[in-house]
Write a protein that binds this ligand. Structure first.
Ligand code: XMP
Length: 515
């Protein structure tokens, strides 16, 4: 049965995917698409409501994205957010101006019209998250102002007799106190959606789409052993069976435990995984390389060469599949969103233009999802708890946790230190209460004294963070007792490290990995 659906027109906001995610959290299907979708396409989708997202533009810019007024004749409820609000105002003849005070961050929002469906059950005053530099001066005819903040007189409005609503703030971000309630009001009170969508629907749809797209051709999947690639492999295997070819590239930059896990998975999963031993070629290409971006680029290229070679061995190969998720895309490429800068290359193999490079078409069934959503699917399809809550491990592995030049000796030092950390996190029952924990080996040496003997060895950093989506993170508040235990064990047991420090920075301004 077709599920009720909310269509989101994307005008390029960094929060557009967050809107989609919030709607999925309400158990309602959603489709995030380019703002210039045609009216006939909208009609074929039959959405119960349309959300116009925010975006980095000003409606008066020459190249600002606009939509046809006909969308408002479809009798489908419409909700404009930030740029979406300004667009509604512009289309209906309101006046927008660059505001004197740019407003970024928290503001107190005051509801002027309590008999507005959108604000049902929301207190007269609440905190909202603003992020805009334009503001509406005059609302169009037939609209009424429904709320304001101290510096923005028109912070929300609605049509007097049609289901058209708009807010200047972002209800989809957590900092807006009653943002979820506002979205709920739109989805359930105004659009009358039934909350009957769930992750089974997502999986079935994804399987269906892949089946139709791939037909009798073959798919190559870069398998990393993490939850994203496990769920991706599950979906594709269910769609096309053994036309899926999984390969795992052993770069030599793996943790000891990762190697063991992969051989366990190879035996356990019901699809074959081919392991490619590429240790020597990766290590030799990093010889003398210090710059983190150059390291990432080289590793990306090497991954691609391995995939290229493997793909040439498979007859009828036409697709490359990856377990890319939304945070991989937003941080490693700027093409997805004009506002976002590229932070690091190659968060996944998709960081490189593999479509043109390898002439293979990409399949990325999870690319719109957030990490915790992938975990929900993992749970649905019966992956064991241990796999669901395993900390992420980056594709380039230990090479980006060895600052400066990478060599075999340093890899062996870091592997030992990481192994001790993992044991202690598990022994102390801390593993599941933090999101990611690892060690960084520094090229900085310092003097120490062990058993009356002078030492001059590497310093290493303990990095432990908590996060919901890996886009922002805070360092974890660990006990001194635990920190002391880690420091003692690593310095005593790992030859080559004689000093440990704890990283107490959050993301932003730092990133989670050091390189
Ligand atoms: P950063 O360092 O960008 O990390 O704050 C965010 C999350 O992404 C992981 N990460 C990667 N994962 N390939 C991956 O599959 C990569 O190249 C990569 N770089 C960072 C990182 O461990 C953290 O969980």
């Amino acid at each position: 049965m077709k599920k009720d659906l909310i269509l989101i027109l994307d005008f390029g906001s960094q929060y557009s995917h967050m809107i989609a995610r919030r709607i999925r959290d309400l158990k309602v299907d959603t489709f995030l698409c380019d703002y210039n979708i045609s009216i006939s396409h909208i009609l074929s989708i039959k959405p119960k409501g349309i959300i116009l997202s925010g975006g980095p533009f000003s409606v008066y810019d020459n190249e600002s994205p606009l939509i046809s007024k006909n969308i408002f004749q479809l009798n489908i409820p419409i909700f404009g957010i930030c740029y979406g609000m300004q667009l509604i105002s512009f289309i209906f003849g309101g006046k927008i101006e660059r505001s004197k005070y740019k407003e970024y961050g928290k503001s107190k929002f005051i509801i002027d019209h309590s008999n507005n469906n959108l604000f049902d059950g929301i207190p007269k005053e609440s905190i909202v998250w603003m992020s805009h530099s334009d503001e509406i001066r005059n609302i169009p005819k037939k609209f009424k102002i429904t709320g304001h903040t101290s510096s923005c007189k028109i912070a929300s409005f609605s049509h007097i007799n049609k289901d058209i609503y708009a807010v200047q703030f972002h209800p989809e971000v957590k900092n807006t106190e009653f943002g979820i309630s506002i979205l709920k009001n739109f989805v359930f009170h105004i659009c009358k959606c039934t909350p009957n969508w769930d992750w089974d629907n997502f999986v079935h749809n994804a399987i269906d789409k892949i089946k139709k797209r791939v037909e009798k051709k073959k798919v190559l999947l870069g398998f990393s052993g993490g939850i994203d690639s496990l769920v991706t492999a599950y979906i594709i295997h269910n769609a096309i069976g053994n036309s899926l070819n999984c390969i795992f590239v052993d770069t030599g930059f793996l943790l000891k435990e990762e190697e063991e896990r992969i051989s366990f998975l190879c035996k356990k999963m019901n699809f074959p995984i081919k392991i490619i031993d590429a240790k020597n070629r990766f290590l030799s290409r990093l010889n003398g390389v210090i710059d983190p971006e150059v390291k990432r680029k080289i590793i990306g290229e090497e991954f691609i060469s391995v995939f290229q070679e493997e793909s040439e061995k498979i007859k009828d190969i036409e697709f490359l599949a990856q377990g890319t998720i939304y945070s991989d895309i937003i941080e490693s490429s700027s093409k997805e969103n004009q506002l976002s800068h590229s932070i690091k290359s190659h968060h996944n193999v998709g960081g490189l233009p593999s479509t043109t490079f390898m002439k293979l078409k990409l399949i990325e069934p999870l690319k719109e999802l957030f990490k915790d959503e992938v975990r929900k699917i993992g749970k649905k399809i019966g992956l064991p708890e241990e796999m669901l809550h395993r900390h992420p491990f980056p594709g380039p592995g230990l090479s980006i946790r060895i600052i400066g030049e990478v060599n075999e000796k340093k890899i062996s030092i870091l592997r030992k230190a990481e192994s001790i950390l993992l044991q202690e996190l598990k022994n102390s029952n801390i593993y599941d209460s933090v999101s990611q924990a690892f060690i960084i080996l520094l090229p900085v040496k310092s003097v120490g004294v062990m058993g009356d003997r002078r030492t001059y060895e590497h310093s290493a950093v303990l990095r432990v963070i908590n996060t919901e989506d890996f886009m922002t993170a805070t360092f974890s508040n660990l006990s001194y007792e635990f920190l002391e235990k880690i420091s003692n064990r690593i310095v005593n047991e790992v030859d080559g490290i004689n000093r440990m420090v704890y990283d107490i920075t959050s993301k932003p301004p730092s990133t989670i990995e050091w390189e």
